[in-house]
Design a protein around this ligand. Structure first.
Ligand SMILES: [Zn+2]
Length: 230
């Protein structure tokens, strides 16, 4: 039997557009236009900025000049931050179950195409409208700024930095990068020692002092899951 032909789309870091027939909500003009169907946030920083401005795929009617969001779904992918998101039009939110089902089918197809490059446990998030995704990207940027300050202190103090899973960090309200003392893989004790040294050096790094308090209180908590190797 011949080996099954496999579609080899190399997603790499590319974003893709598709053509749709858009209809202006103001004057009802119908026109064909390209829209983004897949946005790679690392490959296309300008598109990532557009999402933060809530303007990705915003169309202008060629007849009356009205600005509007087309009735089209798109995917956002940012592997470094472990974000895979489906963005459906806001007006589709009444039919959430149906679109979630469609999303599951699309993800299965993407897994087949991407194989190991799409982490198996990466659960996609669903948004209706891009407000939620825009807010998520903003808070990720804020975290990166704070992380840079932390990294500076960690280096000064001779601490190692453990990279935890960004998704775990978002879900736990914890920083994704954690200083620890010693060499090799961190232990719970090494993390506590590293966090103590960090917050003693800079008491404004509250994300880390909060996490330290949580870690010390919860004796069952161990070392968080690591970020996927890339
Ligand atoms: Zn119009």
């Amino acid at each position: 039997m011949a080996p099954r032909a496999r579609k080899t789309y190399n997603l790499g870091t590319m974003s893709f557009q598709g053509k749709i027939e858009a209809s202006c909500p103001s004057c009802e003009e119908a026109f064909e236009t390209p829209v983004w169907s897949f946005v790679h946030g690392e490959g296309d920083p300008a598109l990532r900025e557009q999402i933060k401005a809530r303007e990705c795929n915003l169309l202008l009617c060629p007849r009356c000049g009205a600005a509007f969001m087309p009735e089209t779904a798109w995917v956002y992918y940012e592997p470094g931050a472990e974000i895979l998101a489906f963005v459906f039009p806001e007006s589709w939110s009444g039919d959430e179950a149906r679109w979630r089902e469609k999303m599951e089918a699309d993800v299965a197809q993407m897994r087949e195409a991407l194989g190991a490059r799409l982490p198996v446990d990466l659960e996609p998030e669903v948004y209706f409208g891009q407000e939620g995704l825009g807010a998520l990207l903003e808070s990720e940027d804020w975290r990166v700024d704070e992380r840079d300050v932390m990294a500076h202190y960690a280096k000064e103090l001779g601490l190692q930095v453990f990279k935890a899973s960004p998704r775990w960090a978002r879900a736990s309200g914890a920083p994704a990068e954690l200083p620890y003392q010693g060499r090799g893989q961190p232990t719970r004790e090494a993390l506590i020692a590293g966090l103590k040294a960090l917050v003693a050096a800079n008491d404004r790094l509250t994300a880390w002092s909060d996490f330290l308090a949580k870690l010390e209180k919860d004796r069952g908590a161990g070392v968080p899951p690591a970020a996927a190797a890339r």
